[in-house]
Design a protein around this ligand. Sequence first.
Ligand SMILES: Nc1ncnc2c1ncn2[C@@H]1O[C@H](COP(=O)(O)OP(=O)(O)OP(=O)(O)O)[C@@H](O)[C@H]1O
Length: 248
Amino acid sequence: MTAAIEVTGATVRYGDVLALDDVHLSLEPGRVCGLLGMNGSGKSTLFKTVLGLVPVDHGRVRILGMPNTAARRKGLVGYVPQSEQVDWAFPVRVRDVVMMGRYGHMGRRRRPRPADREAVEHALTRTDLTELADRQIGALSGGQRKRAFVARAIAQDADVLLLDEPFAGVDKRSEATITDLLLQLRQAGHTLLVSTHDLAQVPKLCDEAVLLQRHVIAHGTPEEVLEPDVLLEAFGIHPSEEGRSWTA
Ligand SMILES: Nc1ncnc2c1ncn2[C@@H]1O[C@H](COP(=O)(O)OP(=O)(O)OP(=O)(O)O)[C@@H](O)[C@H]1O
């Protein structure tokens, strides 16, 4: 079977900083994979590597059997970035952000057709953002902004979705909305790679999990990867008492 995401020996440096060291990762279509690791372990860099947004020193990335740049051009891969990576001062309405998800479906002139407008309204409804659709993106709360980017990914209808900390800084309502949406996307057969510090989300949402510390140190079922002994061996820490958050 052709892998949805295939990373082979990816090594990425930012100047002197070795962010990824010989990362191998293969994800079958239709799987939901949690990407776990401490701050600075390379999760965002791995997303950017999969998307082709950072140059790799070594290694190769394939999405659905094709080079990542080609998959991106065809709109086969969607991305919900970490909030810190977005310029919230950029004067754009929520509806326009969601419409960006349709660019891969439009011609070169990017003229939305009725089907594009319909997909955008549908995505706004599913993310509970219809009433906020004409607001500037910078005028939304953290959770609402996250939902706007999830709406963009839904409108895009990409087979492969990369979500960088979709639960970070969101309230309970947004968390529940986003979890439901991700479960629906999983049901519909999309492949999801989701980074999170919220370990409690992983067994609820994921078929498998990857533990990253510049390279992949564990990859298996959530139960296998979240074994306290695996975490202890990898990081020298146990999850917190509640087992809820992990920001060490
Ligand atoms: N643009 C950059 N220039 C220099 N170093 C960078 C850059 N981006 C990331 N790094 C470094 O690369 C390493 C991996 O960073 P990355 O953001 O991928 O980690 P992360 O696991 O996503 O962290 P977090 O959980 O805090 O979001 C870190 O040491 C970070 O400081």
